[in-house]
Design a protein. Structure first.
Length: 154
């Protein structure tokens, strides 16, 4: 089974769980992401892909809001072109499901992601703010895999 979580934020990342092993990288290079997705899904199709459904936040600057939306759109386009089904999920939904309500505090998500990585035995994963949400999203995908419904981007 392969579960993929994507945090499209400006300093976001992508994480995946394969047979219980967690790995993650920050999102910085579109070409690298294409190669990564090809490599991790070479043998099997992902069981579930979750993309964090983001939106502008109060007091967020115009440039950062634009970049946020641009990254979210890039991921939607990539997954569509790659012909993969995914589910958009709002932060409050995955956080509530995991029992990781952050109130916007990134250190809460980072600590939760670190605990997930440690419990999985994945020793070579560096949990940073850039990949913490993505790790949590991949775990959300794993825990809720039986609850998915059909559709392109669910």
């Amino acid at each position: 089974m392969i579960y993929i979580g994507i945090d499209p934020g400006q300093a976001g990342g992508v994480a995946w769980i394969i047979d219980g092993h967690i790995d993650a990288i920050p999102f910085r290079d579109e070409d690298g992401i294409c190669e990564l997705f090809t490599n991790i899904t070479e043998a099997r199709t992902p069981s579930r892909i979750v993309l964090e459904h983001v939106h502008a936040m109060p007091k967020q600057g115009v440039a950062s809001t634009f970049k946020f939306g641009q990254n979210y759109g890039w991921w939607r386009g990539f997954l569509t072109a790659w012909n993969r089904h995914w589910q958009d999920v709002q932060p409050r939904v995955w956080q509530k499901s995991l029992g990781c309500l952050t109130g916007g505090k990134k250190n809460i998500t980072k600590a939760f992601a670190f605990r997930l990585v440690t419990e999985s035995g994945s020793r070579d994963v560096r949990v940073t703010h850039a990949v913490a949400d993505a790790i949590c999203l991949a775990e959300y995908a794993r825990r809720t895999a039986g609850n998915i419904y059909s559709g392109g981007h669910e």
